[in-house]
Design a protein around this ligand. Structure first.
Ligand SMILES: C[S@@+](CC[C@H](N)C(=O)[O-])C[C@H]1O[C@@H](n2cnc3c(N)ncnc32)[C@H](O)[C@@H]1O
Length: 245
């Protein structure tokens, strides 16, 4: 099992929906992001690293057909139950997202999303390049490939500034410690404290994320003939949307 997969299975997966919901509804946030980036005009979507499905649910509510891929089966189960009213338009695939696009039928999707920082979870920058290449071939003509991720290439905090509060409520808090390892990698240590009947208990887990410069995606996309359709930086997230001719 990869470090990232284990980290989600053991620590992040069970609290993922909680920490992405403390400052508002993640499905509404995803719907706004899709709208602002012109991504609601197609019919058939592939959501890579869908998690509990903020984007997939927003798309299903908008009447779209969605294939959601993730290697965390518990998060996919959450998505399955939240999507019960739209069941027939949702296909779930439990497995590695890169393996999925490698094996997918050419030109079979109108829009491919890899959002919510999933991209930085890939094992190596070469996998990012391959993901762009393979996704381009899965897109139908006129289709879109969209990434939303945290660009940490300039992250250089020191001391206590490396600790970030992610979320908290009356019974749980979550922080993360960010430590650059080299130009391409950042170690993330998640620190989750929960108040139970016996008092507070803290759990820790770490994994390594990729530091991806937007220029890398621009080059990888242009190498396979994709044109830049939109680029934004919002709430620490960089979005790049590409169009297939
Ligand atoms: C930060 S979450 C984002 C979830 C969702 N896209 C969102 O915006 O809320 C990253 C997700 O990607 C999944 N993931 C990471 N690497 C993966 C891989 N190689 N194959 C499949 N899923 C992966 C994790 O299990 C997790 O659900």
């Amino acid at each position: 099992m990869s470090d990232v997969k284990r980290h989600y299975a053991e620590l992040l997966g069970p609290i993922y929906t909680w920490y992405t919901s403390v400052d508002g509804d993640p499905v509404a946030r995803a719907a706004g992001w899709l709208e602002r980036h012109g991504l609601l005009t197609h019919a058939h979507y592939l959501d890579l690293g869908a998690g509990s499905g903020a984007h997939a649910l927003a798309l299903l509510r908008a009447g779209k057909r969605v294939t959601a891929v993730d290697f965390d089966t518990a998060l996919l189960e959450e998505l399955r139950s939240a999507a019960a009213p739209y069941g027939e338009r949702l296909t779930l695939h439990a497995g590695d997202l890169l393996a999925y696009v490698r094996a997918a039928t050419p030109a079979s999707f109108d829009v491919i999303l890899c959002a919510g920082d999933t991209l930085t979870h890939l094992p190596a920058l070469a996998d990012v390049d391959e993901l762009v290449r393979e996704s381009a071939s899965c897109l139908a003509p006129g289709g879109r490939l969209a990434f939303a991720y945290r660009d940490s290439t300039r992250f250089a905090a020191e001391g206590v500034e490396r600790f970030i509060e992610v979320a908290r409520d009356a019974t749980r808090s979550m922080h993360c410690l960010l430590e650059p390892l080299d130009a391409e990698h950042l170690r993330v240590t998640d620190i989750v404290t929960e108040i139970g009947p016996e008092g507070p208990r803290t759990r820790l887990g770490d994994y390594v994320k990729l530091r991806i410069a937007p220029e890398r995606l621009l080059t990888a996309a242009s190498d396979v003939g994709l044109e830049l359709a939109a680029r934004t930086d919002e709430r620490g997230m960089t979005t790049l949307c590409f169009r297939k001719a």
